[in-house]
Design a protein around this ligand. Structure first.
Ligand code: NAI
Ligand code: MG
Length: 398
């Protein structure tokens, strides 16, 4: 087999820091690949007026697989002000390169596993019978539709007259908003397509089957959002009946799910949702297993492009610390998802076992695991630096 080439997208802030750490672990694990660097992020917005240059798109197109750190995004006006002077006033408009990547490569399937590590002091605990403390171990995988829903960008303030007229054909719009002056209307649309909804559902069921999860839970709100959530629920029932009868299908409303997740999180397996509710559910479940320092993700397109990244952003306030304090585990876990995808499961489980050992042993903990506020002094106060955590993981690789 020819050697794989992975595009590394460091991005901004701590993106580059954690990505470098994950590469150290990959190297030490014996994973064999070539890496090519792709430019992405704020620097390229400021210098070139484009945070996602065409050369990076070409690289991803060619090699099909990318490890991504994180980027910094800012509101349009702030972005404009930071554009280099020679590019000012030339019609450049900022848009997030990560949202751009998703749309360009149609990375419509986002997978976010949330699995607790034994001994992680950040694990969720609840009060049990007789005032005992339970620490339910969470093992949930969220499948988030990644390209549609409220994130599709189809929205208006003061909508143009054709749009307004179209809305005025809807009885409920006339009843509820018909008297609102058009310039006072802001509208964001929630669009689901049958094709993308089927794809995210199939991916969720297939994952449940492959990895032995007993249930798939659709986490939407079909009783109220009848057309879009309703479509997902209807298709889920059809798919389960025709192809996955052995897997239990559950239906929770996003609001109730947010309440239940602190009551019985161990009872959920695979969760599937549209873009907005999937984003909410994955952040919420991530909170039960240690938060952003532990939340990893993968994004897939239908034509073989895969991008692996931690859920967290570029945390700019920690980017320039002399000794980096951020937790590299979310990024290293994202690299493990890449290894699973490449069928290097022996290596990924070796790395995950090493992470588990370090956490369970409890001697090396980053500041977040010690519940400290993020400051440079955390190192003097006993927190492990980013690279010390990585070293500890590498030292336990078999
Ligand atoms: P963030 O995820 O960068 O940081 C929020 C807070 O989480 C940090 O201040 C820190 O306390 C904690 N944190 C994040 N990563 C951590 C790690 N590895 N270890 C320990 N603690 C960690 O989100 P924020 O501050 O809202 O956004 C910062 C920038 O990142 C913004 O420009 C935002 O647009 C961008 N962003 C980029 C994302 C991406 O590239 N996929 C995702 C989210 C935000
Ligand atoms: Mg989010």
């Amino acid at each position: 087999m020819s050697k794989r080439t992975i595009v590394t997208l460091t991005g901004d802030g701590i993106g580059g820091i954690v990505l470098r750490e994950s590469l150290r672990v990959l190297e030490a694990s014996g994973f064999d690949a070539d890496y090519v660097h792709g430019d992405i992020g704020w620097e390229f917005w400021c210098k070139e007026g484009n945070p996602l240059p065409q050369r990076t798109i070409d690289l991803i197109d060619k090699h099909k697989i990318a490890l991504f750190g994180a980027i910094t995004s800012k509101p349009i006006d702030e972005a404009k002000a930071e554009l280099s002077p020679e590019l000012q006033g030339k019609g450049f408009t900022y848009s997030s390169p990560i949202v751009g990547l998703r749309q360009l490569f149609d990375l419509d399937i986002c997978v976010r596993p949330c699995k607790s590590y034994k001994g992680n002091p950040l694990n969720f605990v609840r009060r049990g019978k007789g005032n005992t403390i339970d620490e339910p171990l969470v093992d949930v995988v969220i499948f988030r539709q990644n390209t549609e829903c409220l994130y599709s960008g189809v929205e208006w303030t003061n909508p143009p007259s054709q749009v307004y007229q179209a809305f005025m054909t809807h009885k409920k719009f006339v009843e509820n908003f018909g008297k609102v002056p058009v310039e006072e209307l802001s509208i964001s649309t929630r669009i689901f397509t049958r094709k993308a909804t089927l794809r995210i559902l199939m991916a969720a069921f297939e994952h449940a089957k492959k990895y032995g999860y007993k249930s798939v839970t659709v986490c939407e709100k079909p009783n109220v959002i009848r057309e879009t959530s309703g479509l997902m629920w209807k298709l889920a029932k059809e798919i389960q009946k025709s192809s996955f009868p052995e897997i239990k299908l559950l239906n929770t409303n996003i609001d109730a799910q947010m309440m239940w997740l602190t009551k019985n999180p161990e009872e959920y397996g695979v969760i599937v949702a549209g873009n907005m509710f999937g984003d909410i559910a994955s952040d919420a479940f991530a909170g039960l297993i240690g938060g952003l320092g532990f939340a990893c993700s993968a994004q897939f397109s239908s034509d073989g492009i895969a991008v692996f990244e931690p859920t967290h952003g570029s945390a700019p306030k920690y980017a320039d610390y002399k000794i980096s304090i951020v937790n590299p585990i979310a990024m290293i876990e994202s690299a493990c998802m890449m290894l699973d995808y490449l069928d290097e499961k022996k290596i990924s489980s070796n790395i995950r076992k090493a992470i588990a050992d370090v956490i369970e042993e409890g001697k090396v903990r980053t500041y977040d695991m010690m519940k400290m506020a993020g400051r440079p002094e955390v190192i003097q106060n006993g927190a492990a630096s980013t690279s010390r955590m990585t070293d500890a993981i590498i030292a336990r690789l078999k």
